[in-house]
Design a protein. Structure first.
Length: 189
């Protein structure tokens, strides 16, 4: 398979199922941002962090490929000619969200309660988590926008929302593990 096909040279790309759309289409923006998020998570995973975090992040990256496939499939192309779903055995399911919630709860048990907002930073790895969290929030906003235009699997939106929560708590937990300063944001009076 060649990397370059030249089919996108005119500014269009193919969705799952073959429909061609502009490269700035909201569907492309949605799954492109998920791809960007996946790359940021790969950067976090490549850091010197606990193996258990890396295992969770591998699972997240796998799920993000699924999210991308779901977002890349327009509603009219979800069914094959034989009536089966093009996304059969794919999709985000409630247990994917529950997995993130379990990981969040486990990390929070070891953390002091949060009394203020915290400023991103304190350690490079923590900053990578905050960047990924922000990209995740953007992916979520784009998926919601897409859903306003064309129906989208609501579990994708739920998953992205919970993933941004996970990335925030991971940043806090890594700050704790690394003895990094967690700078509280205290508004001016």
């Amino acid at each position: 398979m060649k990397i370059y096909t030249k089919t996108g040279d005119s500014g269009t790309t193919a969705l799952f199922g073959g429909t061609r759309v502009s490269k700035h289409h909201i569907r492309i923006e949605s799954y492109g941002t998920v791809d960007e998020l996946n790359s940021h998570i790969g950067l976090i995973r490549d850091q010197d962090i606990n193996l258990s975090y890396k295992e969770v992040l591998i699972e997240v990256q796998d799920r993000l490929f699924t999210v991308g496939a779901v977002l890349a499939t327009p509603p009219e192309k979800e069914k094959l000619k034989n009536g089966q779903s093009r996304l059969q055995n794919l999709g985000i399911i409630p247990s994917d969200v529950e997995y993130l919630e379990k990981e969040i709860d486990q990390m929070e048990e070891a953390l002091p309660p949060m009394t203020h907002f915290v400023l991103p930073g304190g350690h490079t790895i923590v900053s990578y988590c905050h960047i990924a969290r922000c990209v995740c929030r953007r992916a979520e906003r784009l998926a919601v926008h897409l859903n306003d235009i064309e129906p989208t699997d609501e579990m994708v939106i739920t998953y992205l929302n919970r993933l941004s929560d996970y990335l925030f708590v991971l940043a806090r937990k890594l700050s704790f593990d690394l003895n990094a300063d967690e700078v509280k944001w205290i508004p001016r009076k």
